[in-house]
Write a protein that binds this ligand. Structure first.
Ligand SMILES: *Cc1c(COP(=O)(O)O)cnc(C)c1O
Length: 223
C-alpha cells in the first residue's frame, strides 16, 4: 500500500473548500501507485520527466489528465504534445513557440502556465514580473497576426522558497497571487494559479491558489 488514503481525503477536502484542484505529483512512483489513486477517483496527475511521463501515459487509463510540471526542454515537447493536458513550467518564449508548433501538428490547443520566479533561491526557473508583462504583450501581437493559435496561456505557476520561514513563503505566494489577479483583468483566459506543494499547499490555498501540486503527502517520500 503506497498511497496514503487518509492524507488524500484530507487534502481533497481542503482543496475543494478553496475551490482548487489537486494535481497528484507521481514522479518517480510506479504506475501501480497512480492506478491506486485513480481507483480512489483522482484524475489529475503531475510528472516532471518526459520519458517517464510517456511510459506511464501508455499503460494507464486514457481519461487521466497529465500535467507536466517539470522543466521542459524544447526538443522534448514533441513527445508529450499528443496528450498533455497542461504544461505548468513555461519559462521562455522559445519553448512557447515550440509547444505551439507541436500542438498544431496534432490539431490541438495546449494549455500552458507561465512559471514565475518567486523564491529566494537562484536555481529555480521562471520569469520575473516585468518579463511576464512583456511576454503577454508579445503574445498579443503574435495573436493579432494569427500566430500562436495552438497555445492557451491559462495562468501562472510558482514555487516558494524551500524554508521553514512561513512568513516568507506566505509573502511569496501573496506576490504571485497579486500578479495573477492583475493579469486576469486583461486576460480573461487566466484562470489557473498553480502554487503549493506538500509542505506549503495550505498556505498557498490561503493566498488564492487554484491548483496545488502535491506528491510526497500522497505517495510517500521520494528516494
Ligand atoms: C516534485 C514537485 C512537486 C511535489 O512536491 P512534494 O513536495 O512531494 O509535494 C510539486 N511541484 C513541482 C514543480 C515539483 O517538481
Amino acid at each position: 500500500m503506497s498511497v496514503n488514503e487518509k492524507n488524500y481525503k484530507a487534502i481533497l477536502e481542503k482543496t475543494a473548500a478553496a475551490h482548487a484542484t489537486l494535481v497528484a505529483v507521481s514522479k518517480t512512483k510506479p504506475a501501480s501507485d497512480i492506478q491506486m489513486l485513480y481507483d480512489l477517483g483522482q484524475r489529475a496527475f503531475g510528472e516532471n520527466y518526459v520519458q517517464e511521463l510517456v511510459e506511464k501515459e501508455a499503460v494507464l487509463p486514457k481519461d487521466i489528465h497529465w500535467h507536466f510540471i517539470g522543466h521542459l526542454q524544447s526538443n522534448k515537447v514533441k513527445y508529450i504534445a499528443p496528450f498533455v493536458h497542461l504544461i505548468h513550467g513555461v519559462d521562455s518564449f522559445k519553448l512557447l513557440t515550440e509547444i505551439d508548433k507541436q500542438a498544431a501538428k496534432h490539431h490541438r490547443i495546449i494549455n500552458c502556465l507561465l512559471q514565475v520566479h518567486i523564491a529566494k533561491e537562484t536555481t529555480k526557473f521562471g520569469f520575473d514580473k516585468e518579463e511576464v508583462f512583456e511576454l503577454m504583450n508579445t503574445i498579443g501581437k503574435y495573436r493579432q497576426l494569427q500566430a500562436l493559435q495552438h497555445i492557451n496561456i491559462c495562468g501562472l505557476m510558482g514555487m516558494a522558497s524551500f524554508t521553514d520561514d512561513t512568513a516568507l513563503v506566505q509573502r511569496e505566494f501573496e506576490y504571485l497571487s497579486r500578479l495573477f489577479i492583475r493579469l486576469q483583468t486583461e486576460n480573461p483566459c487566466f484562470r489557473i494559479l498553480s502554487m503549493g506543494m506538500s509542505g506549503d499547499y495550505e498556505l498557498a490555498l490561503e493566498q488564492g491558489s487554484t491548483m496545488v501540486r502535491v506528491g510526497s503527502l500522497l505517495f510517500g517520500a521520494r528516494a
